[in-house]
Design a protein around this ligand. Sequence first.
Ligand code: UDX
Ligand code: ADP
Length: 458
Amino acid sequence: MKFEKEILCIGAGYVGGPTMAMIAHKCPRYRINVVDINPEKIAQWNSNRLPIYEPELDEIVSGVRGRNLFFNTDIGAGIRAADIIFVSVNTPTKTFGAGAGMAADLQYVEKTARQILEYSESSKIVVERSTLPVRTAQAMERILISDKPGVKFEVLSNPEFLSEGTAINDLENPDRVLIGSQQTKSGLKARDVLCQIYENWVPRGRIITSNIWSSELSKLVANAFLAQRISSINAISSLCEATDANVDEVARAVGLDSRIGPEFLNASIGFGGSCFKKDLLNLVYLFRNYGLDMEADYWEGVILINENQKDRFVMNMLRNMFNTLAGKKICVFGFAFKANTGDTRATPALTVAKKLMAEKAEVMITDPRALGNAKNDLQDIAGRYKLVDDPYEAARGCHAIAIMTEWKLYRTLDYKKIFKSMQKPAFIFDGRNIADHDKLFKIGFNVFPIGKAKMVHF
Ligand code: UDX
Ligand code: ADP
């Protein structure tokens, strides 16, 4: 069968994999090739055990893999065959040199652009899909200036707004698809080609276009605003704890104002994930770069409140557990940065686990999906910890439970049974406010929610 379009995606991660699976699912007339430098990851995408856990992803992949979705490591052949190339490689925060800890590390993106230039024998549309600092498209364009006759590249920005755990629904029913292009004739033509792909399932009114830098900046700003809401409610949670107000009641009252809205007002242990902190850091770096220090400080405050929330949480544990955690066993319920994913990038659970170990506690970690990643995250960490599949086993003999991830499972466990197996007095610190606190208190736990009065038996 001759396919209508040949699409390549470079980078088979949390963004590239689900996005391409959705395009393949919605557009049977396109052939989609996903490549990665990591052969193990590609082997997993070709197996029955995908490298990432995402609800409904298995079904979508198994319906299209081998039909019009293919995973392999032949990057050169993939580039040669493609009309459109999505770049979804990782863009972590730099850990070295200028801008370390702040700026994005663009080495993978640049390497990819050079590979595209090297292997291309015809003109292509190159789509930035990873979250990138503003003006990266321009850098890509400069690398992609080709002296091969008949080979020209048009770079578009098409930022990803999917949220892990609900990626399939977000891809299928996006609030919006944003496409940034150069405002030149060829730029607008390339933009229309990408619009047509999304028009296969996204209503035209939800596909919005802009200039390329607005598109790049919009992604950073969207994530900064979302993160800011969480830090705002988390900052309020500390005041609620100090004054016996209830943060859920406050969030409800505030969120019912239609100008504010109810989403993203759940007080928590703090936000994690690969995007929020990285994008905020990018934004702060950009402000500083342009001499806009007051604005940089303002947005940096969102990160500082997030760090403070984790410090506060562990200090609260320490203070209420008689000022010592040394030698005590603490059970951490959940290691993923949110529910319904195995992803542990920037997870607050790691920070909390490290702080507990620094207090010489022994940490028992359990999670239904994230223990594989937890093992990697913890391998170089000094301290005593165990990874345990079964939450009942993990909690046995512990002095306290700290809930770090809002897995449904942690609402529905048999806490009577857990209480019986724990040291007394038994403590529960609910970093997600998901458990039934009154019930836990009645069972005998000393309960410490976020942004609500503690419930203690002594
Ligand atoms: C985010 C954006 O939502 C998405 O649009 C973007 O493309 C990538 O970054 P993601 O990081 O996958 O997605 O998850 P998200 O649901 O935004 O949660 C991020 C963190 O905030 C999680 O740790 C979550 O638990 C936390 N959170 C979220 C809260 O603490 N409170 C809330 O009310 C909402
Ligand atoms: P994201 O959440 O942005 O998708 P991931 O780390 O999950 O980030 O995925 C990025 C993927 O990109 C990784 O699987 C990595 O191996 C891959 N990658 C990085 N550089 C290249 C490259 N030059 N060519 C192909 N794949 C690459």
